[in-house]
Design a binder for this molecule. Structure first.
Ligand code: MV4
Ligand code: CA
Length: 448
């Protein structure tokens, strides 16, 4: 087992990883930038090292500096968290070269699944339902127009190296196609350094459902239930829940086993999430996220599995230690992302100093946060204050607890989206579980 782990991240996820390490008697090293030199997370570690100026490119994305700190402090492994270097195969390779274990899948697997075109091929070969579309990257507009005609408009042009909705363009008719293709290829080239794009039929207002997987280095893979992530705005998730309100044991088994097939096909190890869209009773493969996700906590709440400890164990070469039969789902969990943003001003970020802070608590409430009274939300990073999770025996109890927790939450000094979350918890469609990726557009949510 590792003796010391460098946590290559900041804020709530850095604290989350340090907590798991503390419980496993593993020492931790925090890395921090100028903007974080008084931040809470650094105090949860056994050691802390300065890695550079506030801009992420000069600190949390500074691979060589982070690897240098790992070596200087004698770390056996690095946990990347989410965002930053968590899906950067070059970083994973550099760690391996230095004999430092990257807590995540191998660099090759990150590369393979980082290509949506490659991922679709893997999914198809593994008998996973994929959205009708092109096999390979689009070579020229004419060929693409034929495919689009065949699958029927509207279609989506997607950047193969894209993620989180960036480099995705809806095309409603043949006339728009050519310049939509050029624009998307140009954007993909400049944003991801890879202009390859492919086409898919655009599935209108689907649900966004994902499956959590965990795999060891011996080919054992299990799925740990599902999460519904439909309530999002401009591809930023706001509210997630586990299980999905529409999940049935049969559907969960079908999606879970599909996710396992994809993982086994590429030799996956560690935590991962297989993303699907769901519409008219059918699910379709989208992509695989080769990292631990922000919303992992709601899966932990309904399965009782500590996903970060499992990541560390399998990265250290231990077997999963549990079989699919050992996984059981109990109750319902909801996560609200509490952000320093103003829902009445188009969710514009509202950084600044938190003058008074008191998070919610009590039965069924979990708060993962990196802030405190007197903390200044930095404009350099995301504006997340915390992840507020509510667990209940069933969805109604989870909603009731979330509502209570939202009314208890005290954040004075910055504007937050708490009023938005309160309004959703009281929204009739939400309470009925009638969700889709158009939920916010379709339901005029007036922040309470
Ligand atoms: N063929 C096809 N049809 C509908 C889709 C719907 C989404 C989607 C998923 C989740 C939220 C969305 C919000 C607005 C628009 C689209 C979405 C989607 N995503 C969004 C980002 C990435 N995870 C893939 N791919 C789609 N693909
Ligand atoms: Ca993704």
């Amino acid at each position: 087992m590792f003796q010391k782990i460098l946590v290559a991240n900041r804020g709530e996820i850095a604290i989350r990883v340090m907590r798991a390490c503390r419980e496993m008697d593993i020492k931790t090293v925090a890395v921090y930038s100028d903007a974080d030199n008084k931040a809470l997370f650094a105090m949860y570690a056994d050691e802390a090292a300065y890695v550079g100026p506030a801009p992420a490119s000069q600190s949390y994305l500074n691979m060589e500096k982070i690897i240098e700190v790992a070596k200087q402090t004698g770390c056996d492994a690095v946990h990347p968290g989410y965002g930053f270097l968590s899906e950067n195969s070059k970083f994973a390779r550099r760690c391996a070269e230095e004999g430092i274990t990257f807590i995540g899948p191998s660099a090759d697997v990150i590369d393979k699944l980082g290509s949506k075109i490659e991922s679709r091929k893997i999914a198809k070969a593994a008998n996973i339902p994929t959205v009708p579309g092109t096999e390979d990257a689009v070579k020229d507009a004419d060929e693409a127009i034929l495919v689009a005609k065949d699958i029927g408009y509207p279609v989506l042009i997607k950047a193969s190296a894209g993620g989180g909705g960036i480099g995705m363009r809806v095309v409603n008719s043949e006339e728009e196609f050519k310049d939509a293709l050029e624009t998307t290829m140009r954007l993909a080239g400049s944003a991801f350094g890879d202009p390859s794009v492919f086409i898919e039929k655009y599935i209108l207002n689907p649900r966004h459902i994902e499956i959590q997987i965990m795999a060891d280095k011996f080919g054992n893979v299990i799925y740990l239930g599902d999460r519904e992530c439909s309530i999002q705005r401009r591809h930023q998730k706001l509210i997630e829940e586990a299980p999905s309100p529409i999940m049935t044991p049969e559907l969960r088994k079908e999606m879970g086993e599909a996710a396992i097939r994809a993982a086994k096909a590429v030799g996956y190890s560690n935590a991962g999430t297989v993303e699907f869209i769901f519409s008219n009773g059918k699910f379709y493969f989208l992509e695989v996220n080769t990292r631990l996700q922000v919303e992992h906590g709601i899966t932990e709440l309904i399965t009782g599995v500590d996903l970060v400890k499992a990541q560390i164990r399998v990265a250290a070469g231990f077997e999963l230690g549990m079989t699919q039969e050992d996984v059981s789902i109990r109750g319902h969990a909801i996560e609200c992302r509490i952000n320093a943003e103003d829902p009445l001003n188009d969710f514009a970020p509202s950084p600044g100093k938190i003058r008074r802070y008191r998070s919610s608590g009590g039965p069924g409430i979990r708060v993962d946060s990196g802030v405190h009274t007197g903390y200044t939300i930095s404009p350099y990073y995301d504006s997340m204050i915390s992840k507020l999770c509510a667990y209940g025996e069933d969805r109604d109890e989870a909603i009731a607890r979330m509502k209570r927790a939202l009314y208890e939450y005290v954040v004075i000094g910055v504007t937050t989206n708490i009023p938005f979350h309160k309004a959703v918890m009281e929204n009739e469609e939400f309470k009925k579980g009638n969700l889709s990726t158009r939920f916010i557009d379709d339901n005029n949510i007036v922040p309470a």
